[in-house]
Design a protein around this ligand. Structure first.
Ligand SMILES: NC(=O)c1ccc[n+]([C@@H]2O[C@H](COP(=O)([O-])OP(=O)(O)OC[C@H]3O[C@@H](n4cnc5c(N)ncnc54)[C@H](O)[C@@H]3O)[C@@H](O)[C@H]2O)c1
Ligand SMILES: O=C(O)C[C@H](O)C(=O)O
Length: 333
């Protein structure tokens, strides 16, 4: 059997991690034959809670889980990592925008970027989940200059899954029959869920989403705002931010990095914008449609962009430029 992959989850005593760790440990992400060493980082006051999570992981008696390492120390957590899933940070509450978390959270990602630089393998794949995810990811990448920027990505797969599911429910089919929705831009209320290239499989035939749904006003109106506001709607209802669906999206994202995307399919993730062909400003982590092969993502080029889409892609880019400049100004990175 292969050597264990060493995987870090930060915020390991929190609510997303509570859904996420079991899925990783049972092989949903890195493969059903791949042993795993799970490193669990949280802050010192959460160590007693983390001990309980460790006990539960042990009690699952999972064949692939070779080692569980709980810690509050960066030098232990970031050492020799193959994958890092950076969740640990403050979630927003009802009435806040995700960018309101910038001040509270961005310093965590600067310091964790510095720890990645010092201790992790240069091949480590880093997924940033903590909000505001795109800007935190950019700051982590900038703080780890010897790790390629392409190794960093942020989670917009939850938005992607939300969009696929909304279309599927509207068509009365399962979400597996909806492919190639796109989330452009920021994991925020300015994100642009785009279905101009989306296909719906109806009775074995791929049909353009607009033809399958037959409601252009909905696709250009309520569909977009529902996906943009879904995180806030979950917080309003649960009084806590999404966790089960976030954990599922993290698994989808990291599994696709590890094993690649299917032929003809693309998915959305926040990646480094420098060199993109869509006129998105450079030096941002912006969500694009990507395909993945050999653990390397590639932005899907050449998709036609109409004026409706262009305006929305530019608006979300402008917000990311502003977030980046704010973050850089208080961190001096
Ligand atoms: N990108 C997305 O799609 C997405 C989806 C859902 C939630 N989120 C974000 O994920 C983050 C975590 O959400 P949650 O619901 O699990 O929150 P939570 O409050 O339940 O858990 C967060 C955990 O992180 C820990 N933590 C805080 N600072 C840390 C640090 N410096 N190092 C390590 N751990 C630290 C806390 O002690 C806590 O255990 C939030 O920022 C939330 O907004 C993002
Ligand atoms: O909305 C939030 O603050 C949590 C998360 O980013 C989400 O999209 O559910």
């Amino acid at each position: 059997m292969a050597e264990p992959v060493r995987v870090l989850v930060t915020g390991a005593a929190g609510q997303i991690a509570y859904s996420l760790l079991y899925s990783i440990a049972k092989g949903d992400v890195f493969g059903k034959d791949q042993p795993i060493a799970l490193v669990l980082l949280d802050i010192a006051p959460m160590m007693p809670v983390l001990e309980g999570v460790v006990m539960e992981l042990q009690d699952c008696a999972l064949p692939l889980l070779r080692e569980v390492i709980p810690t509050d120390k960066g030098e232990v957590a970031f050492k020799d990592l193959d994958a890092a899933i950076l969740v640990g940070s403050m979630p927003r509450r009802d009435g806040m925008e995700r960018k309101d978390l910038l001040k509270a959270n961005v310093a965590i990602f600067k310091s964790q970027g510095e720890s990645l630089e010092k201790y992790a393998k240069k091949t480590v794949k880093v997924l940033v989940v903590g909000n505001p995810a795109n800007t935190n990811c950019l700051i982590a990448a900038k703080s780890a200059p010897s790790i390629p920027k392409e190794n960093f990505s942020c989670l917009t797969r939850l938005d992607h899954n939300r969009a696929s599911s909304q279309v599927a429910m509207r068509c009365g089919i399962s979400a597996e029959f909806v492919k190639n929705v796109i989330i452009w831009g920021n994991h925020s209320s300015t994100q642009y869920p785009d279905v101009h290239h989306c296909k719906v499989n109806k009775q074995g035939k791929d049909v353009a989403c607009f033809d399958a749904v037959k409601d252009e006003a909905w696709l250009k109106g309520d569909f977009i705002s529902t996906v943009q506001q879904r995180g806030a709607a979950v917080i309003k209802a649960r009084k806590l931010s999404s966790a089960m669906s976030a954990a599922k999206a993290i698994c989808d994202h990291m599994r696709d990095i590890w094993t690649g995307t299917q032929e003809g399919n693309f998915i959305s993730m926040g990646v480094y914008s420098t060199g993109n062909s869509y006129g998105v400003p450079e030096d941002l982590i912006y969500s694009f449609p990507v395909t993945i092969k050999d653990k390397t993502w590639k932005i899907v080029d050449g998709l036609a962009i109409n004026d409706f889409s262009r305006a929305k892609m530019d608006a979300t880019a402008a917000e990311l430029v502003e977030e980046r400049d704010t973050a850089v100004s208080f961190l001096g990175v």
